[in-house]
Design a protein around this ligand. Structure first.
Ligand code: CP
Length: 531
């Protein structure tokens, strides 16, 4: 059995490679970079795929210079078959699905796809889809997908080259990092990848420098904090430099004002000014400061002005060149040319399946139904009562949510009612009553726990509580047709027409992250009927 854990792997988000795997990767990049600079052909050959039939396909559905060209040059280094889909003349423009397009291309003997798109989570979907296609057509190998940037979501190979460049300037030490992220933190996928990417370092301090209009989205901010990063926020470079603890590493991103509405454009001078470095700031920088930028810089309004190109602050040019070395090594790993000597020290446990989301609570079957279940209506003789709905929320929010529960559980057409009561602690809660005979399947119970967590379900039989269950948020919600991610840029959003079933994972704050685009939702927001 091939024990190369990298072979055939996709890189859809930076977390697809563990910290340990990335550390191994960076050692390999150092090795290859040195060999290329020293013109050491023998070492270069250890990395080379050296197979003219090994297919590497570039599919750039959005513009790119660095990512596309560095991958093309990296692929040529490997003496592999390098192809490019000409998107302007492809059948994608005739409404063909992404899955059909990529499946077909993988059938033409292509093993690695490099994909840039504005559709978030596309690579994850293609990776999932290709499993069955590979099987159906007895292909020798399942293709791998490298995300070369998807909308505002992630840019994992940029993250790898950024991390490698930081490491070079950190004496290849993983101990700690203090970095300032400056610019359009709202749209910049390269800074979004840092929320997980910087976990590479044992101790992380991140200073976010952006006016509120361009601030880091809340979900990435929370992720950084949950990952144990020390995070500080500043509205401008000026404000940042008016305090003493200034980072030596500054990572700039381009303001993507073209993606914003007219109202924001009216403020563009002020927005650019707050994130553009000026000559007068030079004296306030600590010794040995380095600036980085994923590039491109804007030709008229570069946030790192061009007068800095020829100064020791310039880390961005080496960073862009490192992109090619990193991509060479990535292709080598995924092709299985290198990586067999890497042995992971920890085997990842999968805690997802073994968490119970509906728990039986003991009941006294002799006791007549509690009067709680008869407030304002006749006591239920037979039926179900869902209690403690949205405890502590406002009556109008509880009412709205009870409507959603009723729709999701298909209880709209049954007789019964909804009630809101107020406990002695002053907290409101909702109760749904449905008289009748209900046979609830495991799938029904999962739907209940998904739409009504932290509630109790009472099964009433002959005027007694026959069974009582407490619901908990499931760790993963999927396989229900009425789920939907609410990010229109996501591959699983119905607007994209790909028919991708939505799937969500619960995060440490009890929010549900879309499996494709990573957008976080409350348990109430994942249902189509909520919108
Ligand atoms: N940094 C980066 O992704 O550049 P390109 O858009 O030119 O690929």
């Amino acid at each position: 059995m091939d024990s190369n854990v990298f072979k055939g792997r996709s890189l859809t988000v930076i977390e697809d490679f563990s910290i340990e795997e990335r550390r191994y990767f960076f050692n390999k990049v150092s090795e290859l970079k040195k060999a290329i600079i020293d013109n050491n052909e023998a070492v270069m050959d250890l990395f080379r795929i050296n197979d003219p039939d090994f297919g590497i396909y570039e599919v750039f559905l959005e513009d790119s210079t660095r990512t596309k060209e560095s991958f093309r040059n990296a692929a040529k280094f490997h003496h592999a078959k390098v192809s490019e889909l000409l998107c302007s003349s492809s059948s994608i423009n005739k409404g063909e699905s992404y899955a059909d397009t990529f499946n077909m291309l993988s059938g033409y003997s292509n093993t690695i796809f490099i994909v840039r798109s504005k559709v978030e989570g596309l690579c994850k979907w293609l990776d999932d889809e290709s499993v069955l296609y590979t099987k159906r057509n007895s292909l020798p190998i399942k293709p791998a997908f490298i995300n070369a940037g998807d909308g505002k979501h992630e840019h994992p190979t940029q993250e790898l080259l950024d991390e490698f460049t930081f490491l070079e300037d950190n004496e290849m030490s993983f101990d700690s990092i203090h970095v300032a992220l400056v610019g359009d933190l709202y749209h910049g996928r390269t800074v979004h990848s840092k929320a997980d990417g910087l976990k590479l370092f044992n101790k992380v301090k991140v200073d976010l420098i952006a006016p509120v209009e361009l601030a880091m989205p809340e979900n990435y901010l929370e992720k950084m904090k949950n990952n144990g990063f020390e995070v500080r926020e500043f509205g401008s470079i000026e404000e940042y430099l008016n305090q003493d603890d200034v980072a030596k590493m500054w990572y700039f991103t381009r303001p993507q004002l073209e993606r914003m509405g007219e109202r924001i454009l009216q403020k563009q001078d002020y927005l650019r000014k707050s994130i553009t470095f000026r000559k007068e700031f030079m004296d306030k920088l600590p010794e040995n400061t380095k600036f980085y930028h994923p590039l491109p810089r804007h030709k008229e309004h570069p946030t790192i002005p061009t007068f800095l190109d020829n100064t020791p602050l310039n880390g961005w040019e080496r960073q862009a060149i490192n992109g090619m070395y990193c991509r060479m090594v990535l292709l080598s790993l995924i092709a299985g040319k290198i990586g067999s000597d890497f042995k992971p020290s920890v085997v990842k446990a999968n805690p997802i399946e073994d968490e119970e989301y509906i728990v039986s609570v003991p009941v006294n079957k002799e006791k007549k139904t509690d009067k709680t279940y008869s407030e304002g209506v006749h006591p239920i003789e037979n039926g179900i009562v869902i209690d403690h709905i949205c405890k502590g929320e406002s009556p109008s929010e509880i009412r709205n949510h009870m409507r959603l529960i009723s729709t999701v559980l298909n209880l709209d057409e049954s007789k019964g009612g909804e009630w809101i009561s107020c406990g002695s602690d002053g907290n409101y809660k909702g109760i749904i009553f449905r008289p009748g005979h209900y046979e609830l399947t495991r799938k029904d119970l999962k739907r209940l726990a998904s739409v009504a967590p932290h509630c109790t379900l009472n099964i009433i039989k002959d005027g007694h509580v026959e069974a009582k269950y407490r619901t908990h948020m499931p760790p993963r919600i999927y396989n229900f047709e009425d789920l939907s991610c609410n990010n229109e840029a996501c591959i699983s959003h119905p607007i994209n027409g790909e028919g991708v079933p939505a799937m969500f994972y619960r995060n440490p704050e009890g929010l549900f992250e879309c499996a494709y685009c990573g957008k976080t939702h409350s348990f109430k927001e994942i249902w189509k009927s909520r919108r």
